[in-house]
Ligand binder design. Sequence first.
Ligand code: PTJ
Length: 249
Amino acid sequence: MEEIPESHPRNFSLKIREKISNAMEKGITHKTGLIAHGRGEAFDYLIGEKTLIYADQAERVAAASLIIAKNPVLSINGNVAALNPKECISLAEFIPLKLEVNIFHRTEERIEKIINELKKNGAKEIYGKKADVNIPNLNHNRGICDSDGIFSADVVLVPLEDGDRCLALREMGKIVIAIDLNPLSRTARTANITIVDNVIRAIPNIERWAKKLKNMDEINLEKIVESWNNIEMLQNILSFVSKRLNSMF
Ligand code: PTJ
């Protein structure tokens, strides 16, 4: 890879591209994960590559929901394992929540590589290998999960989700927190709490909120979660983007 000069205006974005393409070469990220990343970059560009107030509020509600959850799980795919494994592990330890590797393009070799990557970054226990149950009404590989992981979770945090698993998890009665830069996606519209932010910014920000909320009593945490209006938040994001674009030239 060519060296990316520090002075390059897109330095950060180029470094992230390098990170994800290296992870693809190691077999952690699937090749189509690079396409998904490109779509994410485009939406990130539209929101101004920063955490909007609406995303920050969603991250606060997500933190409250994870704190009161009885059995929360963070679902890890090939892109997330490449982009911010350390931050996911740190959040998992703080809440505490379980980490489960769950991938669309599933091979045992990839599962193993992602688990090893997480272990290299400090994770102790990782779910996803047992793969002893299927999420009902989901006929692809993301339906395969662990009975003591995603299957029995009450709250599932899913970065870079696909819409049909999001719906299937909701049909199981779970609370789904999605991180998706595309506010128009089925996932964004189906989740209970959608965080329209880059997973790189979102995970540490959820942890920052969790640290602030950790000592709040459960009744007030529940109030934060119950008062959340996800559709209104999506409308606010779209309205922000359209105003931003209209005022550019
Ligand atoms: O590792 P696997 O096998 O599970 O495969 C993972 C991919 C990403 C290939 C799979 O989940 C996929 O095809 O995803 P989609 O359907 O393309 O959806 C990805 C969504 O995540 C899109 O709406 C993107 O805008 C969004 N996205 C991409 N990068 C980021 C992101 N959202 C937040 N942060 C990002 N960095």
